[in-house]
Ligand binder design. Sequence first.
Ligand SMILES: [Ca+2]
Ligand SMILES: [Ca+2]
Length: 281
Amino acid sequence: MKSKTLLVLAIAVTLVSFTTDCSNTQNPRPKGFTIEKDLLLVQLDCKTDVDDLHTAAALATLVAGSDFSRLKYHAVAGTYGVQEGLYVPPNGLLQLSFGSNWTDAHNSSVAAVEKVKTIAKETLNGQGDIWIAEAGQSDFTAELVKVLQHDLPELNTTDRIHVVQHSDWNEKSTSPGDLDFVKQNTDYRKIPDGNAVGNGSPGFRDPEYTNWQDDVKDPKLQEIWKYAIDLSNKYNGKEGRYNNKAVSSGGLDFSDLSEVCAILGIADIKDVGEFFDRYGN
Ligand SMILES: [Ca+2]
Ligand SMILES: [Ca+2]
């Protein structure tokens, strides 16, 4: 009896280690962001939801802290897809938040693809990877990947270009061909929606979070948040644009920052309050 039990145990142990081995070879640990050499691209559609403005302010807050002082990042505005409706011009806010470290794809998508391509190639040539937080749709990403493939035919884009998306709506508002292309040609990662708390992504939409002034002490960041909130109030629900209820009730919505958090390994942040507790300055 005893030896039978031992035999069963031995077989079980062998089976378990065999399965573990298999899963290790079939599903290697997904790549993570390497701050020394990788580049973060934050691509804001700004059409027609104003929440990208809050996302820009939250990104400025994050990079102002010491944790990410070495982060190489670049913001792109106007990376929308096929959705109808009016644009929310973020230029003044992005200038204030990032200086010249952003590109305007609304003004000229072709020129923007060329400019971001040059920035991306610098990272790729230095053996770094590109990480794209899609605050909007994937049309711009598709164009960017195509020009990189043209310039760097040896580049394995599914290994070196990572795309993070949190929104079904953003996917549905991408040109279907472009979405397929990006899914096939990049390391495409879909994460839970950052508009809700407790689903595995930080929940960064909070209609009741009106006391941000208490949590942002740095004068420059205060100026950025005030600008972002004033600008979002100016455009929210106007001339057919989406009416973001979190914004109209005086709260905050930087749901798209959930993707940046996934990329930077800080997706354990629970909500808006915890974000400001950690990075409010
Ligand atoms: Ca957006
Ligand atoms: Ca949102």
